[in-house]
Structures are given as C-alpha cells and as structure tokens.
Ligand binder design. Structure first.
Ligand code: GLU
Ligand code: MG
Length: 439
C-alpha cells in the first residue's frame, strides 16, 4: 500500500517534524530543495508550492519561470535523528506547469514517461543500483582533498579507518530511513566503498539514489571527511561505477520475463540487444562528466567495449544468472555522477526498443578482454572515449533524445557542450609536466 497525502501529514506530526525539504534534481542531477514548515504540508501536497524555475539550470526559459513542486507522498521520509534537530523530513517532487501538466524540464517526469511505455507493454521494471564512492580527508582549512590513510581493499575490514565508520554510519541512517540496503562493503581502491540497494520500482530507486548521495556526503562531513561520487578522482586506481541491475517482470503476475530455464529468455535477449544497440547514444547521460571517461579505460574493472557475457564481469552488460528466478541484467558503464532519473530513462528506453523491434544480441563476449586488439578481432564497438564523442553519439540517437524529451535533450546537450569546450580550452597540469621542458 502506497503512502497517501493524509499518511504524510500524520507521520510528520507523529515524528515532531518541523521542516520538510521538498527535493528535486535539475537536469544535471544536482539536488535542490525548498524547505517548508510542516504546517505547509497540505498545501504542498496539493501542488501549491511555487518556485522560480529560472534559478535552476535547464529548467526554464526566462519567460516561463513559474513552476510548481508536486511532492510524491510515497517518497516522504523522516530524516534519522542526528541529521537535524528537530528532525526534518524530505519528499521527492515532480515539477509541474501552472496547469498541473508535467514540466518538460523535469527529469523525474521523463523517467515516468518511459516507465509508462513499459507499462503499456505490460512490463514492470525494477532497478537495483550498486553505488561506489570515495571517502577522503579534509585539510586543515576543511577543504576536500583526495588523500586517504586507509589501506583497505575489496571486502576488507580496515580497523581504524574513518571511511569504514562513515560507511557504517551512512548505512545505519539509510536503514533508519527505510532504505532497502542489501549490502555494503569496502571496494578495491583505498578509501573506496560501495552501498548496494535491493531491487525496487525503477522510479523509487532513482529517488533513493538522490537521497543516498545527500546522506552519504552529510555523514562524511560530520566525520570531518569528504565523500565523493566523482567517477575517477585518483589516477592509477579504480574509479567509481554505478552498476545498474535491471529486472523485468510481467505486470499482471510479477513473473520474471527475463529468465527461461536458467538463461536469458527471448524477451531478455531483446532487452539486452537494445541496451547494446543504444550504448553509444546513452553514454553521455550515464557518464555525464569530462572525468567520467577517465574511468572507462583498460585495467580498472570498468567496461570499454559494447559486449555482454553470462560468465565474466568485464563487459558492458553482465547476465546475472543466480539465483535463477532472479535472473536479470547488470549494466556496468554508468557512474554515480549521473542524474539517476535520466540514466534510468535512457537505458530502460534502450531495452524496451530492443523488445519493440525484436533485436537479437550479438554472440556473447567469451572472456575478459586483455587488449584492444581482442576487441577489434571480435568486432566489438568501443564506448565513446570522451564527453565530446558521447555528446555526438547522443545527438545521432533520436530515440535516446526522445527518452529525455526534446527540452531536456536540448538543454543537456548545450550545457555539456559548454562544459567540454571549457575543459578543452584549459591548459592542464599534465601538459605542462610533459611538454614544458621538452619543447
Ligand atoms: N569500480 C569498478 C568500476 O569502475 C567496478 C568494480 C566492481 O566490479 O565492483 O566500475
Ligand atoms: Mg563494486
């Protein structure tokens, strides 16, 4: 049973909540919130909180700055004690026009449109993200660094490591907020951690990820550290991914339609083929920073080629076959800097397109690819190798732009092209190191 507006008002009263944060993200996935007093909840739930959208990147052209926040009662969560006193609560919102129609610049509404299409095909989609991040020290002035004392590795217990304490505290707070945390562990690189969520409705999984990033950063700050979801903060060690586990079931009876006799069903194969076919097109959205492409390089467990496998972890898509009744696909390219609503929207749209067009995937990738020559021999395409080429690929992929909606696609491409141009014009420390004394 979903929470209703009445439940929200009652829960807020019971918890003594005084402030409610109405949370939403801009096109670039940056979390914004408008705080209202608890007494304003009935009005807010009726969609009567107005804000000036022109202050938020990508939301509005200046002549249509008035938009409303429409909170989703299901997303109401009281923050755990300790985060704020008296306790605050938060609710995730859609952005709507004055006539209550979805605002075209609302990323959450873009995802809903794609999920509605799945619904029309009789399909329900659950997503389980694996979120990787680093916990770094701050310097004496409190500024974030990329330093860590921690020497831990994959699944290690690293006593005395403040990063472990941050992760544990963050997970306890997420559990207290009702998050379906499935597991958490130290990741391969020093200072790197992972939190895995259990599969949830795709829309709520995106909402959860937005809040998770806020909670982890806030908890780290309390420990005097800095948590970052930047995909590749340190040269020479693993970057941080956001592996997306996608489950597909029949709406009518919840039957897993990806599985057949312990392998991918024909529908699963088609969904997989769609994920592969549109991979270049959705990469700019799943890997939206200049820095994202420094993660998608050889040697750090991140994919570079458009391939799939049932037996190894290196390809773009892995078929997760155990347990057989939960068989599903894991997409390994996205990173945690992505706007989750948009990343889910484009990748799910890609999979649905595979089903709609009856696409067949190429042969499975046989093993870990050791060298680019192997990929060439197998005829595997390379994922875009920079933000610039990913933007070109998105421009060429009409369906991926449609998944975003024309308004978001246009604003996204424009903002990201500027980001790339600024980066490309900058003279970087590497160039000075390499060239200054040689030429
Ligand atoms: N950190 C790796 C990445 O960039 C993934 C490691 C893993 O397999 O969990 O995607
Ligand atoms: Mg991992």
């Amino acid at each position: 049973m979903r929470q209703t507006a009445d439940d929200v008002v009652r829960l807020a009263q019971e918890a003594g909540v005084q402030l409610v944060r109405l949370q939403f993200t801009d096109i670039l996935g940056v979390v914004k919130n408008v705080a209202i007093p608890a007494a304003g909840l009935p009005d807010a739930l009726a969609g009567r909180v107005l804000f000036d959208g022109s202050a938020v990147l990508g939301f509005v052209r200046s002549e249509e700055a008035d938009v409303y926040l429409l909170p989703d009662p299901e997303t109401f969560r009281v923050d755990p004690p300790g985060l704020e006193d008296p306790p605050a609560a938060r609710m995730v919102c859609d952005i709507v026009n004055p006539d209550a129609s979805p605002f075209p610049g609302c990323p959450r509404s873009a995802l809903k449109r794609v999920l509605d299409q799945a619904g029309e095909m009789g399909l329900a989609i659950q997503v389980a993200p694996e979120v990787e991040f680093f916990v770094f020290e701050r310097d004496q002035q409190g500024r974030a660094t990329i330093r860590t004392q921690d020497q831990g590795g994959y699944f290690d217990v690293s006593p005395g490591d403040v990063g472990e304490d941050v992760r544990r505290a963050a997970v306890l707070e997420l559990l207290a907020m009702g998050f379906p945390v499935a597991a958490s562990h130290h990741e391969v690189a020093p200072g790197q951690h992972e939190i895995d969520l259990a599969p949830t409705d795709a829309l709520y999984a995106a909402d959860l990820l937005v809040t998770l990033r806020v909670v982890v950063r806030e908890v780290a700050r309390r420990f005097g550290c800095h948590a970052t979801f930047l995909p590749k903060p340190v040269t020479g060690i693993n970057g941080s991914g956001l592996h997306l586990h996608q489950h597909l079931s029949r709406m009518a009876d919840g039957q897993n339609v990806m599985a057949q006799d312990g392998h991918l069903s024909s529908m699963g194969r088609r969904y997989l083929a769609g994920l592969l076919a549109h991979a270049p097109g959705y990469t700019a959205v799943a890997n939206p920073l200049v820095n994202s492409y420094k993660r998608l390089v050889p040697g750090y467990e991140a994919p570079m080629y458009v391939g799939w496998s049932e037996s190894n972890r290196s390809p773009l898509v892995r078929v997760v076959t155990a347990p057989p009744d939960r068989l599903h696909l894991e997409l390994r390219s996205p990173d945690p800097s992505a706007n989750p609503y948009l990343a889910w929207a484009v990748t799910i749209q890609a999979g649905l397109d595979g089903i709609a067009r009856g696409l067949e995937p190429p042969a499975a990738q046989p093993r870990n690819l050791a060298a680019a020559a192997d990929a060439d021999r197998l005829g595997l395409r390379r994922l875009p190798d920079s933000l610039a080429s990913a933007l070109d690929a998105l421009k060429r992929d009409a369906l991926m732009r449609e998944a975003l909606g024309a308004h978001i696609a246009e604003q996204f491409l424009e903002a990201k092209r500027i980001e790339w141009d600024v980066y490309a014009e900058e003279v970087h420390a590497w160039e000075i190191d390499q060239y200054l004394t040689v030429y």
